[in-house]
Design a protein around this ligand. Structure first.
Ligand code: CUA
Length: 152
């Protein structure tokens, strides 16, 4: 009957959506593991071990860590530079409202929630320039919230 056909079609759609979401969560090089135990006090970021001093840290070999604080309507640091061939782990948190940290042309696209730390690891093989954008509406300056990532 038509009813069964529609039901089957709906099931296919639902499975498709779930597959899309799952792929997004386990996509290559990206994980949403919380490095700092799931919580961080947005009012005490300046004193925080990781986020008190934002920027790029060389942790050995080709591994780098980049600590980023999002705040209406900019990122600290606003410009990030890492060498080609590096494996970079980003740690991002927000000082105020929910933002996103999205690196155009890569699979880095994470929500940044006050009180939480978003973590993702990505390899940059080739030199290049990437725009960083906020994809989460965060007030009147939202469309101006951007940064720059340079792989040298
Ligand atoms: Cu920050 Cu939109």
């Amino acid at each position: 009957t038509y009813e069964k056909l529609w039901l089957a079609a709906a099931m296919v759609l639902i499975v498709g959506f779930i597959a899309t979401i799952t792929y997004g969560a386990v996509g290559p090089g990206v994980s949403m593991v919380d490095d700092d135990g799931g919580s961080i006090d947005p009012d005490a970021i300046s004193d925080h071990e990781r986020f008190g001093d934002t920027g790029v840290t060389h942790v050995g070999g080709n591994e780098y860590e980049v600590d980023v604080v999002a705040q209406a309507w900019s990122y600290s640091p606003g410009e990030i530079e890492v060498p080609a061939g590096s494996e970079v782990t980003f740690y991002v948190t927000s000082r105020d409202v929910t933002h996103s940290f999205s690196v155009v042309g890569t699979n880095i696209n994470t929500m940044v929630i006050p009180g939480e730390v978003s973590q993702m690891t990505v390899e940059f093989d080739e030199p290049g320039e990437y725009g960083i954008l906020c994809n989460e509406y965060c007030g009147q300056g939202h469309h101006n919230m951007e940064g720059k990532l340079t792989v040298v």
